[in-house]
Design a protein around this ligand. Structure first.
Ligand code: GLN
Length: 382
């Protein structure tokens, strides 16, 4: 008898990022799809990794992460957000933000639990919930502002609600949560046992001097939260797959039980290098301005095309409407854009369970000037 595999994720195909990056390579397209910079990361940080390797840091690190790196993260949290985090018990270094999120969901979710998810949502969230036997409760962000309808959230809360997932700055829309959202969230979870998962991988990629409303600013909310971050986004090294999670000790204790038997620990020399590099806060403090200086010229250039910008307040991304160009679905249009015009973007419909199609594409502007110019030159032909 042959073994038969019963899929744990029967409705899941290959992630859109791999699909579109493969298509982009095939058609030699300018890839503004998958979110990663095409400019060089810090040479100094690379040298620091090399030095850490030369110094012999080539074996396993501490399971929860290099203690020095965790200390530096705690210092940063205190300086930026005014919160005291215990590096020994409340921080775990992870191989990337996506892993940090998956681990948090796996730590908490029991079969049948409900998780409130705002759509469009980063594409790993729903499969991460489903593989744990839990149930996503989907709430659309209002179009085109992509803000949260908190009354709808109140209606969707049930005795089974185990967690609410938030993401600011938001992927794919570039929207951000404000103080009022935090107040609303506070009132929703008050007197409940609901956990919060806060995806803050774009914490420094926020524009126009808007303040990042990190959960780390709010100790009462942090007491029930897993907050996930990404070194890849902060230091332009998405391929290093490094991130971390902050949670109160009791939650983190359970989190580490899951983590230690999954990847055990992260790259040791890279953690040494990051710990050293974190002594230069200007590296991340200037990031919002730097990325804004990519968003703005790109937006200016795009004015000459038939695409219409939606506002981006943070992240690597800006959404553009194309309803003046075509009535194709987002997937059809994004595919044709790659094949016939040589520019790759991400259809936003893939971030909705029901494939809501507003005729918008997500463009990643974390690219060299020349890359953005070449993309727009090609888009002008439409
Ligand atoms: N976060 C990146 C994006 O949204 C991609 C991450 C991935 O490819 N898994 O484009």
């Amino acid at each position: 008898m042959k073994p038969v595999i019963h899929s744990k994720l029967p409705h899941v195909g290959t992630t859109i990022f791999t699909t579109m990056s493969t298509l982009a390579a095939q058609y030699n397209a300018v890839n503004l799809g998958q979110g990663f910079p095409d400019f060089m990361m810090s040479e100094e940080l690379i040298r620091l990794v090399n030095a850490a390797m030369q110094h012999g840091n080539n074996q396993y690190s501490h399971m929860s992460g290099l203690p020095l790196l965790r200390e530096r993260i705690a210092q940063k949290a205190q300086t930026l957000y005014g919160t005291v985090i215990n590096p020994e018990t409340e921080i775990t270094i992870t191989p990337g933000g996506t892993y940090a999120i998956y681990t948090a969901l796996t730590t908490v979710l029991q079969p049948g639990d409900e998780v409130i998810v705002f759509e469009p949502a980063f594409d790993s969230y729903l499969p991460n919930i489903e593989i744990n036997g839990a149930v996503p409760v989907l709430i659309p962000l209002s179009f085109p502002g992509y803000s949260v309808d908190w009354d709808l959230v109140r209606q969707k809360i049930s005795p089974k609600t185990k967690m609410i997932m938030i993401n600011t700055p938001h992927n794919p829309t570039g929207s951000v949560l404000g103080k009022n959202d935090i107040e609303q969230l506070r009132s929703v979870v008050k007197d409940t046992g609901i956990f919060i998962l806060s995806d803050e991988v774009y914490e420094h990629l926020i524009f126009d001097d808007v303040q990042h409303e990190s959960i780390l600013r709010y100790p009462d909310l942090l007491a029930r939260s897993f907050v996930c971050f990404s070194f890849g986004k902060t230091y332009h090294c998405t391929g290093w797959k490094m991130g971390y999670c902050i949670a109160p000790a009791l939650l983190m204790n359970e989190y580490r039980k899951v983590h230690q038997f999954n990847c055990f620990c992260c790259s040791h020399p890279v953690q040494h290098a990051l710990a050293e590099f974190m002594l230069q806060p200007q590296q991340y403090l200037q990031l919002g301005k730097m990325l804004q200086q990519k968003r703005d010229p790109f937006q200016q250039l795009m004015l000459h095309t038939k695409f219409k910008a939606l506002p981006s307040y943070g992240s690597y991304f800006q959404l553009y409407r194309y309803d003046d160009i075509s009535d194709e679905t987002e997937k059809e249009f994004a595919t044709r854009l790659t094949r016939e015009y040589g520019v790759t973007a991400i259809p936003v419909s893939v971030f909705y369970n029901n494939e809501t199609d507003n005729k918008v594409l997500r463009f990643c502007f974390a690219k060299k000037e020349a890359t953005l110019e070449e993309a727009v030159t090609r888009l002008l032909k439409l």
